[in-house]
Design a binder for this molecule. Structure first.
Ligand code: ADA
Length: 560
């Protein structure tokens, strides 16, 4: 399963093999599960380079082959013919396979996680770029046209909810099609054919020229629905069906959403009208030997551990996450700051000729495919990139404009570390700073915050909400000492106590997102600054074993 609910009742999915053939140059071919990081194979735990992952499957006709994530560059062949490539480990991509003859076909993915000028976003970094087909692969049988995506924007006016719905459909034939688009808002993902849970519906005629992809919009009043609230996360389903006039529907897509609005009013972030006080964690998609390909049960355990501390938010540092994790956040009422891929790139790295095209791609993929998650309250981008330079500002400005054109319903932010020289604070709706008093700088947290806020209020963030999007301290799991020296669990407890108390106690601050939930693997270039080649600022270690800091966060998040 690639989502935590049924996404089709009409469109047929063709099950692909669980085990594919992995060939790493110079090694024998072996069977590997898909999805899985190649690094989960002991012999390849440190491998950087290319590999081939392939399988065979009988099919015919018109199909769509979708990859939810391949790390970090994919080149795909079908029966030896190149059908396309994709850059970026964290975005989904698809290929139309048309007029396939009835036979066994061979799908071959060449994946590459090496670093070169061709890769502007995956670089040697304070997290790890894993290799392989690390998220699910889906093969679907298509008819003459199909629904690519549905975007649902709930809106409340005078206590009445409605949904503004946009559906993107593609005609894969070489003739014009006049169709009917049927929309149902339902409280269940069960088939609307049983009339089960339908609360509202609409129907509109759509015409698609040969080979055309087009968007169709309408709005549907939804009387009597329940709001989505963190403590009561009620979810609804939008069923979209394509039918020929007076015939049964031949294609469908079901997505999930919640009746909620996020608005920035002055210095407050309002979630269904209630001011948000963020208490959260930064979380990398990384779990010991599973790497970025966490089993669903591990994602579930992370969410339960995060909620157990009293946290209400998770930031998907520094890239779009697996949709099943976002589905779990929706189900658990956990606010999500999801961000497009990018971390700590200098102006020189942002001048890479591929940087803007790759950044536009990760922004488009994130918003197009994750639009409906009610838990996502803010879109982020380019963590700690060169926002203190004119060129950096041009990049932030263009990408933020693109984000607003893709989604006008959510606020936008980015986490800055250019504290007293940031030139981009006027571009965002929420100002977010990464600060490390008590770790990188031994100074009072409150004084440090006051200095940052003074700069923010006079450089473009006058009347905006402020989040501390990173703050924390390192601790090696199991290292305890009455010296309370840095890297000990004891020191992390002291630092977190100062940091959380000061941030949540600051009247100008809308909340804190701790760095970080769990330790994660880092690249070779960071190993001298990262004991065990891990970023050790988690409150749990890479196996989710609790450090003393976990209990301290739990005590403070529940009491403040
Ligand atoms: C930065 C960065 C994080 C991590 C952190 C740290 O704020 O955004 O990815 O590197 O510093 O651990 O120093």
């Amino acid at each position: 399963m690639y989502r935590l609910f049924q996404t089709h009742h009409i469109r047929k999915e063709i099950a692909l093999p669980e085990l594919w053939d992995l060939t790493v140059p110079g090694n024998d071919t072996m069977k590997i599960p898909v999805p899985c990081c190649v690094e989960s194979t002991p012999a390849f735990s440190r491998y950087k380079g290319t590999c081939k992952i392939e399988t065979t499957k009988h099919f015919e006709g018109d199909l769509r082959l979708t990859f939810k994530g391949v790390g970090h560059t994919a080149t795909v062949c079908l029966d030896g013919q190149h059908i396309g490539s994709h850059y970026g480990a964290y975005g989904e991509f698809s290929f139309l396979l048309k007029n396939q003859e009835r036979k066994e076909h061979r799908i071959c993915v060449e994946a590459d996680n090496s670093y070169s000028e061709a890769s502007a976003l995956h670089v040697d970094n304070d997290y790890y770029s894993y290799l392989g087909i690390t998220r699910p692969v889906i093969l679907e049988q298509l008819e003459k046209a199909y629904i690519q995506w549905i975007h649902v924007t709930p809106e409340c006016k005078d206590g009445l909810w409605k949904t503004n719905v946009t559906v993107c459909a593609e005609n894969i034939t070489d003739v014009d099609l006049n169709l009917t688009l049927k929309l149902f808002v339902s409280s269940k993902d069960a088939s609307v054919a049983y009339g089960d849970g339908v609360v509202a519906c609409a129907e509109l005629p759509v015409s698609l020229a040969a080979g055309e992809t087009k968007e169709f919009s309408t709005s549907i009043d939804c009387p009597g629905v329940e709001m989505y609230l963190p403590e009561h996360p009620v979810l609804y389903y939008l069923h979209a069906q394509l039918a020929q006039a007076n015939e049964e529907a031949f294609d469908d897509l079901i997505d999930r959403f919640g009746f909620r609005e996020v608005k920035v009013v002055g210095k407050q972030i309002l979630f269904n009208g209630v001011p948000m006080k963020i208490k959260g964690f930064n979380r990398h998609e990384d779990f010991a030997e599973y790497g970025s390909c966490l089993p669903l049960a591990a994602m579930y355990r992370d969410i339960r551990l995060i909620k157990d501390t009293g946290a209400n938010c998770v930031r998907t540092c520094h890239y779009p996450n697996d949709e099943r994790f976002l589905d779990l956040c929706d189900e658990n009422g956990l606010f999500v700051w999801e961000e497009a891929h990018g971390r700590g790139l200098s102006e020189e790295q942002m001048l890479n000729p591929h940087f803007m095209e790759q950044s536009r791609l990760t922004v488009r993929e994130m918003i197009t495919w994750h639009y409906n998650h009610p838990s996502i309250y803010v879109w982020g981008l380019l963590n700690e990139c060169a926002s203190e330079t004119e060129y950096g500002r041009e990049c932030y400005s263009e990408l933020i404009s693109l984000m607003r054109s893709l989604d006008s319903s959510r606020p936008i932010t980015f986490a800055s570390c250019r504290l007293f020289k940031d030139l981009c604070l006027d571009l965002v709706d929420i100002v977010s700073y990464n600060i490390y008093p008590q770790w990188y700088v031994d100074t009072s947290v409150r004084k440090f915050m006051d200095k940052c806020i003074e700069y923010i209020r006079s450089h473009g963030g006058e009347n905006k909400p402020i989040l501390i999007s990173e703050i924390g301290a390192g601790a090696i799991y199991g290292y305890r000492t009455n010296l309370c020296s840095k890297w000990s669990e004891d020191y992390q407890v002291e630092a977190l106590e100062d940091q959380i108390t000061a941030v949540l106690g600051h009247e100008e601050c809308s909340g804190v997102i701790l760095w970080q939930f769990a330790d994660c693997r880092v690249d070779k270039g960071w190993s001298m600054k990262r004991p065990k080649s891990q970023n050790n600022k988690g409150v749990v270690d890479i196996y989710r074993r609790e450090k003393l800091g976990y209990a301290k966060v739990k005590e403070l998040f529940h009491s403040l």
